[in-house]
Design a protein around this ligand. Structure first.
Ligand SMILES: [Zn+2]
Length: 119
């Protein structure tokens, strides 16, 4: 999926750090999506606030609000840790990366939960 050119939105993307606002992954503008802070299914519109999001975070967050996404991230980290403990604390690089990813997501969601739309 590629985003259509939009100079105003791209300028805003660059202003916000040219990255996914959940996991902080740097991505070209054409690969970024916008995620509703209040899920569409709960009646949320872009006017209720939105963030730039990579497709992975956008799909993972799905219909969750920020608090639910934090909760989901905690559960996901716990699942990884349970496996690591069961293996006598042997941890793979993939598991380390997963924990790092969810840590960034949790931190971002906490910061964004006080987000006030400026539009
Ligand atoms: Zn992301």
């Amino acid at each position: 999926m590629q985003r259509k050119p939009n100079a105003r939105l791209e300028a805003e993307y660059n202003k916000r750090g040219s990255c996914c606002e959940y996991c902080k992954e740097k991505l070209p503008f054409i690969n970024i999506t916008r995620d509703h802070l209040v899920p569409k299914i709960n009646g949320g519109t872009l006017n209720d606030g939105w963030v730039f999001s990579c497709i992975v975070c956008n799909m993972r967050k799905s219909n969750m609000n920020l608090e639910q996404y934090i909760q989901f991230s905690i559960v996901s980290v716990c699942k990884v840790l349970r496996k690591v403990v069961a293996r006598s604390y042997m941890i793979s690089q993939e598991e380390i990366d997963k924990i790092r990813y969810y840590h960034k997501v949790m931190k971002s969601c906490q910061q964004l939960s006080t987000f006030k739309p400026t539009v």
